[in-house]
Design a protein around this ligand. Structure first.
Ligand SMILES: *Cc1c(COP(=O)(O)O)cnc(C)c1O
Length: 344
């Protein structure tokens, strides 16, 4: 199966002449900069590096992937939105996802006026391949979004390889939680599948949700289109520096140590919640959160809020289910204590 990415890209994007910034013309660090109408005074007076070179070099080293296979967005949310802008003709093309899942695919589809096909996951929250098959040959279907480990269910999604082998559009795998999972990232498959986009983020395992930096790994050709379409200065220098400092200063061991603490806490939490009559079911999780079922999610949610413990009520998405993020040991203990006070 050979896929020509150009055939998937919208015509206006193929023909787009991207914005050329002053820093595209001159890339050196030293000089008298009179090229960008910046103010010579002040501490944050210069435009940031539009190509995010230093962070990409770090990621390239860490993951053995060429910088040309890496794109950085203002959070994964921008990585998702740009995929629509590159590949989907509004009112004509479609995308597909599997529910329940992360809400941004649907929001981005609506913002871009692109139809979203929503296939239900089965009772184990896995993809029903038979239900999917009729859609795989639809020429107007441009992107399939797969979230694995899936939010809000927590499980890893199986049969992704099948979809990669049988779909000629873009396969977008959202791996926001992959660092908590024993499964291998699809990042290492981008050489095998030119139509694969793997998104990751600094928001979860790296603990930098406030800096808004998301990552896309994909073929060089896809990354070129991402760079063409993105706003030139989509990541501020403050945010780029925050990421660089974290990568440089937190020894990588610290990141994996924190992940290990969270995973250990998750195990404890599952054990403790399992002892409570209130909790009817705990779903398997490869992420840093767990989905639990109760008899009346709305009231359990409210009673916890009353005690200043905020979890995510997913009742509208999965009947009577609550999503609980694994916190610090103290936070998790407070959660358990709070739940124990709730009368059923
Ligand atoms: C939290 C999360 C993200 C992260 O989004 P950012 O914009 O990078 O903070 C992406 N995808 C899913 C499924 C998430 O749950």
């Amino acid at each position: 199966m050979t896929i020509d990415i150009k055939n998937l890209v919208r015509n206006n994007i193929l023909n787009l002449k991207p914005y050329s910034s002053a820093r595209d013309d001159f890339k050196g660090e030293n000089g008298i900069f009179l090229d960008a109408n910046e103010n010579p005074f002040g501490k944050l007076n210069r435009y940031p590096d539009p190509s995010h070179r230093k962070i990409k070099e770090k990621l390239s080293e860490l993951n053995q992937i060429s910088t040309e296979n890496i794109f950085l967005g203002n959070g994964s949310d921008e990585v998702i939105d740009l995929a629509f802008r590159i590949f989907c003709e509004p009112k004509k093309n479609k995308v597909l996802t599997f529910s329940p899942t992360y809400g941004m695919y649907e929001v981005s589809a609506n913002v871009n006026d692109v139809e979203l096909i929503n296939l239900d996951l089965n009772e184990d929250f896995q993809i029903d391949l038979e239900a999917l098959k009729p859609y795989l040959n639809d020429e107007n279907l441009k992107i399939i979004f797969i979230c694995s480990p899936n939010n809000p269910t927590g499980n890893s999604i199986q049969n992704i390889k099948y979809i990669l082998e049988h779909f000629n559009g873009i396969v977008f795998i959202d791996e926001a939680y992959i660092d908590f999972s024993p499964e291998e990232s699809f990042r290492n498959q981008i050489e095998n599948y030119p139509n694969l986009i793997v998104s990751q983020t600094f928001s979860k395992a790296w603990g930098m949700a406030s800096v808004r930096v998301g990552i896309a790994y994909a073929s060089k050709e896809i990354i070129k289109f991402y760079n063409k379409v993105k706003p030139p200065y989509n990541i501020s220098q403050l945010n780029q520096d925050a990421v660089l400092n974290t990568i440089d200063n937190t020894k990588i061991n610290q990141v994996s140590e924190n992940i290990n603490i969270i995973l250990k806490e998750k195990k404890n939490l599952i054990e403790n919640l399992g002892k409570l009559d209130l909790i009817k079911k705990i779903y398997p999780s490869d992420a840093n959160f767990i989905l639990v079922k109760v008899d009346n999610a709305d009231s359990v949610y409210q009673e916890l809020v009353n005690q200043n413990v905020i979890i995510r009520n997913r009742n509208s998405v999965v009947k009577n289910c609550l999503r609980i993020t694994v916190g610090s040991p103290e936070e998790n203990q407070k959660l358990i204590q709070a739940i124990q006070t709730i009368k059923i």
